[in-house]
Design a protein around this ligand. Structure first.
Ligand code: UDP
Length: 332
């Protein structure tokens, strides 16, 4: 079976990608330092503990498994923390990506799927966002992802690497079978926090700003079900396997924008719980609206979002919260 190495495969998006890879006939070899990842989320192939900064360990794992490609999810991804502690982000996301690519080159593995982000666009000039739009990130996290893309692009140019960078919009939801889900500590993402408020695990959901230039004043994002993200990765890998050359960057989103208020309303409807809301000032580094134009991914990968309606996103995340709290919601 063809093997693919998945850095960060014990994390939220990486673990869902591993499940999709296995279902498509690939063997995912997870490489994760377990700083934020969860060992129990590695279920679909071998696990090797290691850090992307550790080139000797990477060389060992490459030699042992001979993967045909690497999916590189491993990264720190808290926008707020990247503002207060940029060193941590440049070290892991930039130096770590550089170390991984060096190790790949030494091992003669030249196919890469790189986890990039809509945070590389910054304050989008036009909505929906096309890939050709200016990338001008407004926080260190976005800058680290942009630099990662640029390193990968230079490797395709100079060393014959083939890379597809996937620019995720807002990953959300959980595995449709309830086998894995989102477990961040600390949790900062809107949907899990809204559901924790619905469950009474936290008293309220804090809305960061209602004075944006949007129809209801709250920020607009493009929420994409993690199962759709996972299937896009498999499609991208298959493109590389079929001989796609050079560097491509693709937006992964639905093309639909949803405001913070709309998320809270949908969560109230889907869960049948009332959700107390507290208003707060804007969060630093938040653009008013980020919505993808996903047509390039549709065209190049033959991929489209299939599970990203709000009800599926919220009900799978709610189911996961219930499972991961041992049914606390049903008892509440
Ligand atoms: N948000 C919020 N309250 C929270 C967490 C997030 O109002 O407790 C807002 C945030 O300002 C942004 C949107 O929800 O406009 C999505 O935030 P999230 O952190 O989930 O993803 P991001 O877009 O930052 O990657």
């Amino acid at each position: 079976m063809n093997r693919v190495m998945v850095t960060g495969g014990a994390g939220y998006i990486g673990s869902h990608a591993c499940k999709a890879l296995r279902a498509a006939g690939w063997e995912p070899v997870v490489y994760d330092n377990l700083v934020y990842g969860h060992r129990e989320a590695v279920k679909w192939g071998p696990f090797e503990q290691g850090d992307i900064l550790d080139e000797a360990r990477l060389a060992e794992v490459f030699a042992a498994y001979r993967p045909v490609a690497v999916m590189h999810f491993a990264a720190f991804a808290y926008v707020g923390e990247s503002v207060t502690d940029p060193e941590k982000y440049y070290r892991n996301n930039v130096e770590g990506t550089a170390a991984l690519l060096r190790a790949m080159r030494k091992a003669e593995i030249g196919r890469l799927i790189f986890s990039s982000s809509c945070a590389t666009y910054g304050m989008a000039e036009t909505i929906p966002i096309l890939e050709a739009q200016l990338q001008a990130p407004i926080n260190p996290y976005g800058r680290t992802k942009l630099i990662g893309e640029q390193i990968a692009r230079d490797y395709t140019h100079a060393y014959g690497f083939d890379c597809i960078a996937l620019r995720y919009f807002n990953a959300a939801g959980a595995d449709l079978d309830g086998e894995i889900g989102e477990d961040h500590d600390p949790e900062t993402h809107l949907i899990p926090l809204v559901l924790q408020a619905a469950a009474g695990i936290r008293p309220t959901i804090t809305v960061f700003g209602d004075d944006y230039d949007t129809p209801d004043g709250t920020c607009i994002r493009d929420y994409l079900h993690v199962a759709d993200l996972a299937s896009a990765h498999v499609a991208a890998l298959e493109r590389l396997d079929a001989g796609s050359k050079g560097f491509a960057a693709l937006n992964l989103g639905t093309g639909q924008g949803t405001s913070v208020r709309e998320i809270i309303e949908a969560a109230q409807r889907v869960t049948g719980r009332s959700i107390p809301v507290t208003m707060a000032p804007r969060r630093e580094g938040d653009p008013a609206a980020l919505v993808a134009d996903p047509s390039a991914a549709n065209d190049m990968l033959g991929w489209t979002a299939r599970h990203s309606d709000l009800d599926t996103i919220i009900s799978t995340a709610w189911n996961w919260l219930d499972l991961s709290t041992q049914g606390a919601l049903r008892r509440a």
